[in-house]
Design a protein around this ligand. Structure first.
Ligand SMILES: [Zn+2]
Length: 359
């Protein structure tokens, strides 16, 4: 093969890659391919004329070689296209359009990616991992402990109780990043984060755990390994506040549900702060107007829901242990990136407001 056709073929592969980013280059790619082919034919004719016995053999070898390159060029373009269309979200790479637009669950995610992402923080935090064996695979309950010397309050954050509500889990790396900063607003708080609370559910994109149990209805008499794990954390850590990250079905805008140990004053400050940060809050839920947008007090929904003992058991459980529980119900009709922001903001604002009331 002469230098010209070899150069053209290198160019052909480079342009194939470029075509992933600039689609019209696909035409240029085939023009270059055609030119390389013409050069190879010309070479064959020249060799043939000069009586080269091996001309045909060389020609066929070269044709085979460039056909292989043509086949390879297709995945090369695809790889570049995938690179162009993807963004790195907290847990790996997903398609850009999905990431920006998609509401609801964002689809099944491999928990190995989640584990890898969270492992980045293992040198900064005391991580403790319990695991669960499901269909020959171990799933880990990761928890992160952050305890500055002089902390004001202890806060337990739960992410991913329901596996089809991914925003909370996806927001945790940002919170861990925030905790690493020396001037973090969360710096005067002892924080424990359990993420994901329901790892098999997260993996399967399912509300329930591997046994088909909604673990948010299992706190009062825990039967599930996930719930027992949380109860163990609560007994061991004795938090002053629990923040539980959930998402609603998209019928309402975002709201915060609380047990009666959280004051109206804190609710007002938190909802006002979320609203000032551009988060749309609902002013009704369970067919009832809320005292103010975003604030779903226990007394509001208690009268409206028959399944009182079952609704958000964690809040009942917290009440029996004298622990304030704040449950974020993020609007799942929003794009995932926005929901992650809402989770982050709620954690930061809620902790900062809670701390300032515990001077
Ligand atoms: Zn939920």
């Amino acid at each position: 093969m002469n230098k010209i056709s070899a150069t053209l073929l290198v160019l052909f592969i480079l342009i194939s890659f470029g075509a992933g980013y600039i689609p019209p280059l696909i035409f240029l790619k085939w023009v270059v391919f055609l030119l390389a082919f013409i050069f190879i034919i010309r070479q064959f004719i020249k060799r043939n004329k000069s009586g080269d016995q091996s001309a045909l053999k060389k020609f066929l070898t070269h044709v085979f070689f460039i056909l292989v390159l043509a086949v390879i060029s297709v995945p090369v373009t695809d790889v570049a296209k995938a690179k162009r269309n993807s963004v790195v979200c907290p847990f790996g790479t997903i398609h850009k359009s999905e990431y920006l637009k998609q509401s609801g669950s964002i689809g099944k995610m491999d928990l190995a990616i989640v584990d890898n992402q969270l492992n980045r923080y293992s040198s900064f935090f005391s991580t403790k991992t319990d695991s669960i064996l499901h269909e020959n695979r171990y799933y880990h309950f990761k928890s992160f402990y952050f305890e500055p010397k002089d902390y004001r309050t202890k806060v337990l954050v739960l992410a991913g109780v329901h596996g089809d509500e991914p925003a909370g889990v996806l927001s945790i790396p940002h919170i861990l990043d925030e905790l690493e900063k020396t001037n973090s607003v969360l710096g005067n708080t002892a924080i424990r984060i359990v993420c994901p609370v329901n790892p098999v559910g997260f993996m399967l994109e399912s509300r329930e755990n591997e046994c088909g149990c909604n673990i948010n209805r299992d706190y009062l008499n825990p039967t599930q390994i996930e719930t027992k794990n949380i109860v163990k954390h609560i007994e061991d850590f004795q938090p002053d506040l629990i923040i539980d990250l959930h998402e609603n079905n998209g019928n309402w805008e975002t709201c915060v549900m609380v047990n009666k140990l959280i004051s109206d004053e804190m609710g007002k400050q938190l909802c006002q702060s979320l609203s000032e940060n551009g988060i749309a809050l609902t002013d009704y839920a369970f067919d009832t107007s809320l005292p103010f947008p975003g604030w779903l007090k226990r007394s509001t929904y208690r009268e409206k829901i028959n399944d009182i003992a079952g609704l958000h058991d964690l809040m009942w459980y917290g009440q029996t242990k004298n622990i304030p529980v704040l449950t974020l119900e993020c609007d799942q009709s929003l794009p995932i990136a926005k929901r992650i922001t809402i989770c982050n903001l709620t954690i930061e604002k809620a902790i900062s407001i809670f701390n300032s009331s515990h001077k």
